[in-house]
Design a binder for this molecule. Structure first.
Ligand SMILES: Cc1cc2nc3c(=O)[nH]c(=O)nc-3n(C[C@H](O)[C@H](O)[C@H](O)COP(=O)(O)O)c2cc1C
Length: 356
């Protein structure tokens, strides 16, 4: 146990004020760096980042890292659209990208045929675009790709709108009816509010998945989307999961579905990217909750307190890998009609937006 943790235990429950004072004042006396080592509050996060880094690097070497594949295919796409386009690019990772695509093809055929088609279409384009390159690494990767390649990736998978097409860089058309579409978006955005009281009515899984598809259109760091969403709608488990975070006190028992957004550090090889799971998860959530609102459902995002005790409790209820962190939870259900919701007035644009 950490020194401040020990101290707290010895003080006993009646000395909460002293405890709070200690955790607030100790950093001032001993300095931020010493506090970091003594306090231990960041230790679990650090361990998860390290576990993710290990998973990433091991997976990259034995070609079992899907996130490496996603990132590499994305980087290759950026090379394909660069102006002017070079004859040689991506040479330092093209060999590993091809091997990873090949080794994943059977899994992806079952699991995510779109991902396989995207990788395959982009690699085909890449080898066309680098035909004049004299780089031996590209030559070797091309040979390997042409001889082994990915078979039957063109299995009728379309783009995110369901249109059958090549999943490679494309000319984006102008948005038709942009003004109308903007109005629909703002109507949902201005209408949505966090709702905490729900009808005793199950949430259709198809609707949650439909909304997740909208959430997944969000931008993400190198298009990795290194997270998963566990939606708990089991009668018993959902109540136990909903009780764990602090912010559900008083309403946890009647949440029909509790979504747990889980970040996976394995998507990142550098600790400098340790915040990406939270950023990407947050962006996903925005689209997700707006889409749920549009589908007639209500939501309330729930804070995940970064505490050892909470992490231990949630790990007792759901399986979490060593690099996985809960980002937040999202309560989902049909709101009780005519309930009061907090106004939660937003800050004004002028108070937030600055120009320089
Ligand atoms: C990351 C995050 C954590 C939140 N945590 C909680 C929570 O623990 N309990 C709760 O009742 N509401 C929680 N909320 C809801 C906020 O209170 C709410 O979004 C905010 O007041 C704005 O209101 P609105 O969502 O109705 O616009 C959370 C929201 C976010 C985005």
């Amino acid at each position: 146990m950490s020194i401040t943790g020990n101290l707290r235990q010895r003080l006993g429950p009646r000395k909460r004020a002293v405890q709070t004072m200690l955790s607030n004042k100790v950093p001032q006396f001993i300095g931020a760096a010493n506090f970091f080592h003594l306090n231990g509050a960041f230790r679990e996060e650090q361990a998860a980042v390290a576990a993710g880094k290990k998973k990433h690097l091991e997976g990259e070497l034995d070609h079992s890292n899907r996130m490496f594949l996603r990132r590499s295919v994305h980087r290759i796409e950026k090379g394909l659209i660069s102006q002017p386009r070079r004859d040689t690019f991506a040479a330092d990772y093209i060999g590993r990208t091809v091997e990873t695509a090949v080794s994943f093809q059977e899994i992806l055929k079952q699991d995510d045929p779109g991902e396989l088609k995207w990788a395959s279409d982009v690699l085909n384009r890449y080898f066309e675009a680098t035909q004049n390159s004299t780089d031996r690494r590209i030559g070797a990767a091309r040979e390997r790709w042409l001889s082994v390649g990915v078979k039957d990736s063109d299995n009728g998978v379309g783009d995110i709108s369901g249109n059958a097409c090549e999943l490679a860089p494309f000319e984006q058309p102008q948005l038709s009816d942009a003004a109308d579409r903007y109005q629909s978006l703002t109507a949902i955005a201005y209408h949505r509010r966090s709702v905490r009281w729900f009808e005793d009515k199950p949430v259709e899984r198809e609707l949650v998945e439909e909304a997740a598809a909208v959430g997944l259109t969000a931008p993400s760091a190198c298009n990795r989307q290194s997270f998963r969403l566990l939606v708990v709608d089991d009668e018993d488990l959902r109540k136990r999961v909903a009780e764990v975070p602090m912010g559900t006190a008083g309403f946890s028992h009647q949440i029909p579905a509790m979504a747990v957004l889980i970040g996976q550090h394995r998507g990142y090889e550098h600790e400098r990217d340790r915040h990406a799971i939270y950023v990407d998860g947050g962006l996903f959530t925005t689209g997700f909750i707006l889409a749920l609102e549009g589908l007639g459902l209500n939501t309330c995002c729930i804070n995940w307190p970064e505490l050892k005790s909470k992490n231990e409790r949630i790990r007792d209820l759901i399986d979490l890998d060593s690099d996985e962190r809960v980002i937040m939870m999202i309560a989902i259900g049909y709101g009780v009609p005519n309930q009061l919701v907090p106004r939660s007035h937003k800050r004004s644009v002028s108070a937030v937006v600055q120009w320089a």
